[in-house]
Design a binder for this molecule. Structure first.
Ligand SMILES: Cc1cc2nc3c(=O)[nH]c(=O)nc-3n(C[C@H](O)[C@H](O)[C@H](O)COP(=O)(O)O)c2cc1C
Length: 319
């Protein structure tokens, strides 16, 4: 698949997830087979004024290329300014978020609120396309709610405004993350536009990714919650897509290696204090299948530094 000038090796990609898809996690997903990885949504107004936290969220390195940086907002000027910063940070693609259902954003008429106003989305896409040289994509939902499907209209207008691809989360904004996705909306968008269409929603197993691609005709599938604690899903799904031999689940030592790589990456990125605060949640995703998980979960709360965590992993991630 090609997204504008960017070549994407295959159809299995990582969906953006706030609090999860930071640089260390994205790198891991890339190394384990994701063709394209996307960072979490960052407020365009914060990015445009180079707020320190926003800039930190936009940390990337060439090792994860091609990577997508995502912004949200509803002011064409701020979105254009923020997009320039995303490119300057090193991302290959700028993605515009018109899907986020959180109340704070909806209240400001941003994120998913814009699914009720397709022309406004087109104006934002056009402003960003004018501002940057790289491909500009957008992440949308089926529509504001179950009764109003706007995805096809949004995708058509965005294509005319210069978008290089569209990524459809197959739920409505009102649905948030609850209830089953309706993949048929992705198929309708695919029929309506000629730019690449990617989609997400409910892919938990490698076979789901293949089913998603077959049923929707989409060019790519973005895996969200299905990869939390299980980034190996990318190599397993990639093998199915490319027709290679099936890949077995990871051994315990592989699980330990990957957990440590992620946690070390978080200590590098966030520093000791914040990484330590995040540690129980991050580590438990990877440990929840271990026989001694209950004990691990208690012990990890008491860990005071990286060395202690490594010791805990050596104790627990054993056959
Ligand atoms: C915790 C969490 C955070 C998310 N954050 C973002 C985000 O920052 N930007 C975005 O476009 N989508 C975000 N999403 C939506 C996902 O990218 C994806 O579309 C959605 O989770 C559907 O896929 P799934 O059912 O496989 O999880 C988030 C989803 C979750 C669960």
């Amino acid at each position: 698949m090609r997204i504008g000038s960017v070549s994407v090796a295959h159809a299995i990609t990582l969906a953006p997830m706030e609090e999860h898809t930071n640089y260390p996690f994205r790198l891991l997903c890339k190394q384990l087979g994701a063709s394209l990885v996307c960072g979490e949504r960052v407020d365009a107004s914060d990015v445009a004024k180079r707020d320190r936290r926003a800039i930190k969220l936009l940390h990337t390195r060439p090792t994860e290329k091609p990577a997508v940086g995502q912004i949200s907002g509803n002011d064409p000027h701020l979105m254009a300014e923020a997009a320039k910063v995303v490119v300057e940070r090193g991302f290959s693609i700028v993605d515009l978020n018109f899907e986020c259902p959180i109340r704070r954003l909806i209240g400001r008429g941003e994120g998913g609120a814009l699914m009720a106003d397709p022309p406004a989305i087109a104006r934002l896409v056009a402003a960003v396309v004018r501002a940057v040289d790289c491909p500009v994509t957008l992440k949308i939902r089926s529509g504001p709610d179950a009764e109003h499907e706007t995805a096809v209209e949004v995708a058509r207008l965005a294509e005319q405004a210069g978008a290089a691809a569209v990524d459809v989360h197959a739920r409505s904004v009102a649905q948030s993350y609850v209830g089953g996705p309706d993949w048929s909306v992705v198929a309708r968008v695919k029929q309506a536009v000629s730019i690449p269409v990617l989609g997400s929603g409910g892919v938990r197993e490698p076979a789901d990714a293949i089913r998603f691609l077959k049923e929707t005709g989409a060019d790519g599938v973005a895996i969200g919650r299905g990869c939390l604690g299980n980034p190996w899903i990318f190599q397993q799904a990639r093998a199915l897509v490319l027709g290679g031999a099936a890949i077995a689940p990871p051994s315990l030592s592989e699980r330990a290696r990957v957990t440590l790589q992620l946690v070390e990456g978080e200590f590098d990125l966030y520093g000791h204090q914040l990484a330590l605060r995040r540690l129980p949640r991050v580590a438990c995703y990877f440990a929840k299948t271990l026989p001694g998980f209950a004990e691990f979960r208690q012990s990890v709360q008491r860990v005071k530094n990286l060395q202690e965590f490594k010791r805990l992993v050596r104790q627990h991630f054993v056959p």
